[in-house]
Ligand binder design. Structure first.
Ligand code: GLA
Length: 657
C-alpha cells in the first residue's frame, strides 16, 4: 500500500499487497497464537487487522486498561513479519459502560432504546460514548503508536452498520444544531421544507423533531435532511477518533472500513478524510449478478479515493452466516473475486476473519483457517491465493484511467426511494442496469458526483439522478457544451437539493441541453392481486422490444426521437431522444428497455472509449491494470477468452496481454 503522507519515507512504505484478515486472538487461548503466526506465514499473510471488538478485554472496568495481552499479540505478529492494521476498538462498548450510562444506547424511530448483548450498540451523537471512546483511542495510540508492526489505524468498524440513524433526544438536539448551521433561521427551514403544506410551519428550531414514527408520510425534506444529518453524525465519530490519532501519530495512515453501496452514509463526504479508502464486500455466491455488482462496488471505492489504490478490507473465503441461506463459494470463486478487486485498483484483499470462531454469533461464518483446520480446501485456497498475490506486488500503487463516468449521488438515492413518489423504484437496480452494459463490454467506469470534475470523461451516464442542484445542472450542461456525451435516464433532474420540483417540464437548466420537456410520468402498473393481464410497455426504433418500470410523456424541442413508445397512451411518443448541444450530445432514455445493448453501442460509437477486450464474452470480465490483463471467468463452465482457456471460476493474469 502506498499512502502519500507527509512524513512517510521510502522504507515506511509497504511494497506488498495487503493479504490477511481480521484477527481476533482474544477468542482463543494464547498457545493457539503461535500456531496462528505459523499458519499466517504459510498462507502468505502480510497484514492482520487486530482489535476490532476488543474494548471489553482492553478496558474490563471503567478506566482499568489491560494491554499486556495485546503487547504479546503484536510482538508475535511482528516477529513473524506480519504488519498490523490496528483497530481503535471502539465499535462495541462493554456491558459495564452502557449499564452505567444507558444514554449511550441508540433509540429507534419508534422510541425503543436498544439493549446490550449484541454489538455496535451506541448512538453516534452520544457525548458519553464520545468521552469514553476518546479515552480508549488515546490510550491505544499512546501505547502502540511506535510499535514496529503498526501499518495503519483502523477507526472503529463499519460506521453506521447496524444503527443507521438514532432518534434519541440527544440526537434530536444535535439535529437541531445541524439544521441551524445549514439554514441560519427557522424561516429558511420552513421555506426549504415546504412546511406551508399540511400545517407544518415551525416557530423555532426547538419545535423541530427527528422524523420519528408518525401517522403518515413525513415531510420529505425533513427525511432527507435527517439522512444527511445522520451521515454527518457518523462522520463526526470518525473525525473524533482520527483527530486523536493524527495528533499522536501524524505519519500513520488512518482508514475506516466502508460497506460499498451503503445507503445510510454518503461516502463522498467521508472518503476525503481517510488516508486510503477501504471496503467490506460480501458477495452472495448464489446470486448470478454478484460479480457485476462486486465490480461496480470496486469501481466506486477507487472513485471515492479519487483514483488512489484502496483496500478490500473484508470479504469471506466462502459462506457467510447472516443470509437466510448461506451458499458456499465454489472452488476458485474467491480467487477470481479477489483478483477482480486487485484489477480494479485494490492494493490488497483482506478477509473476515483469520480463524473461524468456535463460539458466538459468527461461528458459522467462513474464515481463512476453517473449523476443519489446515487440511482443508479453504486453507489450501487461502495459501494458494497468498502465493499468487505475492507475484502481483509490482502493481502496488498503480492507477487506472476510465473515460466513462456514471453519476452516483446519495441525495438522489435517498430521495428516489422515499415514499409518496410515482412508483417505488430501486436506485441501485437502475444504476446496475447501465453499469452492466459497460462491464460486459470490458469498459472501465469511474463513479462521480453530479457536481464533480467531469473534464476527463468522454461519456457520462446519469441513471435516475433525481436531485440536481443548480450547480450540478450547470456542471452537466457545461460537460455537454464542451464536447461530452451525456446520457440520462428517467427521473433525472426532477428536484432541486431541497426536493422542490424543477417546474415547467423538469430538468431545470438541462432542458435546453436535452432539447426536451417532460410533461407527465406514467409508470406501468404492477401485476394486480386479481392476476389480470398487465399491459406491457413496448418501444420501437433504437432498442426495439419490451420496456418496463417507467414511461413518461416527453415533448421534443430540438431533440430527435431515436425510439418511440408503441401502443397504449404513450403510442408514438419519444422513448429515447438525442440532442446536439454545443460540441456534445445529450441522450435521454424515458423508460427501462429490456435490452439496452443497442443504446449503449450507439452512445459509445465514435467517442474513442476503449475496452480491455474488443468483444464481450459471456460471463467473462476483462480489466487492465498496469501491464497486466486480468481475465476473470465468473461462470461455472470453462471458457475461451483472448486466446486463453479459463477454467470454471478461473482466471488468467496475463503480462503484456
Ligand atoms: C462485517 C463486520 C465483521 C463481521 C462480518 C461478517 O463486515 O465488520 O465484524 O461481522 O461483517 O460478514
Amino acid at each position: 500500500m502506498l499512502v502519500a503522507l507527509g512524513g512517510a519515507d521510502e522504507e515506511d512504505v509497504m511494497d506488498r499487497l495487503w493479504y490477511g484478515g481480521d484477527y481476533n486472538p482474544e477468542q482463543w487461548p494464547s498457545p493457539v497464537w503461535d500456531e496462528d503466526v505459523r499458519l499466517m506465514q504459510r498462507a502468505g499473510v502480510t497484514v492482520a487487522t487486530v482489535g476490532v471488538f476488543s474494548w471489553a478485554k482492553l478496558e474490563p472496568a471503567d478506566g482499568r486498561f489491560e494491554f499486556d495481552w495485546l503487547d504479546d499479540v503484536l510482538d508475535r505478529l511482528h516477529a513473524g513479519g506480519i504488519r498490523v492494521d490496528l483497530a481503535t476498538a471502539t465499535a462495541s462498548p462493554p456491558p459495564w459502560l452502557v449499564l452505567a450510562h444507558p444514554d449511550v444506547l441508540p433509540v429507534t424511530e419508534d422510541g425503543v432504546r436498544l439493549s446490550v448483548g449484541s454489538r455496535q450498540h451506541y448512538n453516534p451523537s452520544s457525548a458519553t460514548y464520545r468521552r469514553y471512546a476518546d479515552r480508549l483511542v488515546r490510550a491505544i495510540a499512546e501505547r502502540y503508536g511506535e510499535h514496529p508492526a503498526l501499518e495503519a489505524w483502523h477507526v472503529n468498524n463499519e460506521l453506521g452498520c447496524h444503527v443507521h440513524r438514532d432518534y434519541s433526544d440527544e440526537s434530536a438536539a444535535a439535529f437541531r444544531r445541524w439544521l441551524e448551521a445549514r439554514y441560519g433561521g427557522v424561516e429558511a427551514l420552513n421555506e426549504a421544507w415546504g412546511t406551508a403544506f399540511w400545517s407544518q410551519a415551525y416557530g423555532s428550531f426547538d419545535e423541530v423533531m427527528p422524523p420519528r414514527a408518525a401517522p403518515t408520510f413525513r415531510n420529505p425534506t425533513q427525511l432527507l435532511d435527517f439522512d444527511r444529518f445522520s451521515s454527518d453524525a457518523w462522520l463526526e465519530v470518525y473525525r473524533a477518533e482520527a483527530r486523536i490519532l493524527r495528533e499522536l501519530t501524524p505519519d500513520v495512515p488512518v482508514t475506516t472500513n466502508f460497506m460499498g453501496f451503503f445507503k445510510p452514509i454518503d461516502y463522498w463526504s467521508h472518503a476525503p478524510e481517510l488516508d486510503f479508502v477501504s471496503d467490506d464486500h460480501y458477495v452472495d455466491p448464489a446470486d448470478p449478478a454478484a460479480a457485476v455488482f462486486a465490480a461496480m462496488t470496486r469501481d466506486l471505492m477507487r472513485s471515492l479515493g479519487s483514483g488512489r489504490p484502496w483496500i478490500l478490507m473484508e470479504q469471506s473465503t466462502s459462506a457467510v452466516n447472516w443470509r437466510p441461506r448461506n451458499a458456499a463459494k465454489p472452488p476458485g470463486m474467491h480467487r477470481v473475486l479477489s483478483l477482480q478487486a486487485v484489477a480494479r485498483g485494490a492494493d490488497g484483499v483482506m478477509q473476515f476473519q483469520w480463524r473461524q470462531s468456535a463460539a458466538g454469533a459468527e461461528k458459522f461464518h467462513s474464515a481463512m483457517l476453517p473449523h476443519a483446520g489446515e487440511d482443508s480446501r479453504i486453507f489450501r485456497e487461502t495459501a494458494a491465493l497468498g502465493e499468487e498475490l505475492a507475484t502481483l506486488a509490482d502493481l502496488v500503487g498503480t492507477r487506472l484511467t476510465a473515460k466513462v463516468a456514471v453519476l452516483f449521488d446519495w441525495d438522489s438515492w435517498w430521495a428516489l426511494e422515499q415514499p409518496a413518489t410515482p412508483a417505488q423504484l430501486s436506485y441501485l437496480a437502475i444504476v446496475l442496469r447501465w453499469y452492466r452494459e459497460l462491464w460486459r463490454r470490458h469498459v472501465l467506469v469511474d463513479f462521480s458526483r453530479p457536481d464533480g470534475d467531469l473534464s476527463g470523461y468522454a461519456v457520462v451516464i446519469a441513471p435516475a439522478t433525481q436531485v440536481l442542484s443548480a450547480g450540478a445542472q450547470e456542471n452537466l450542461a457545461g460537460f455537454v457544451r464542451n464536447g461530452g456525451h451525456l446520457v440520462a435516464s428517467y427521473q433525472t433532474g426532477v428536484l432541486d437539493e431541497r426536493l422542490h420540483v424543477l417546474l415547467g417540464g423538469y430538468l431545470g437548466a438541462l432542458r435546453e441541453t436535452f432539447g426536451i420537456r417532460i410533461e407527465e410520468f406514467t409508470p406501468p402498473a404492477e401485476p394486480s392481486m386479481s392476476g389480470g393481464p398487465v399491459p406491457a410497455l413496448a418501444i420501437e426504433g433504437l432498442a426495439a422490444g419490451r420496456a418496463s418500470e417507467w414511461g413518461e410523456i416527453v415533448r421534443t424541442d430540438t431533440a430527435e426521437a431515436l425510439a418511440t413508445f408503441s401502443g397504449g397512451m404513450l403510442d408514438g411518443l419519444p422513448a429515447i431522444t438525442r440532442n446536439r448541444a454545443g460540441d456534445g450530445t445529450a441522450w435521454y432514455v424515458a423508460t427501462a428497455p429490456d435490452d439496452l445493448r443497442t443504446v449503449v453501442d450507439a452512445v459509445l460509437e465514435g467517442t474513442g472509449v476503449e475496452a480491455a477486450l474488443p468483444h464481450p464474452v459471456d460471463g467473462v470480465e476483462a480489466v487492465r491494470r498496469g501491464d497486466r490483463l486480468f481475465l476473470l471467468n465468473h461462470t461455472d463452465r470453462p471458457v475461451e477468452a483472448a486466446g486463453h482457456r479459463l477454467d470454471a471460476h478461473g482466471a488468467a493474469v496475463v503480462t503484456g496481454g
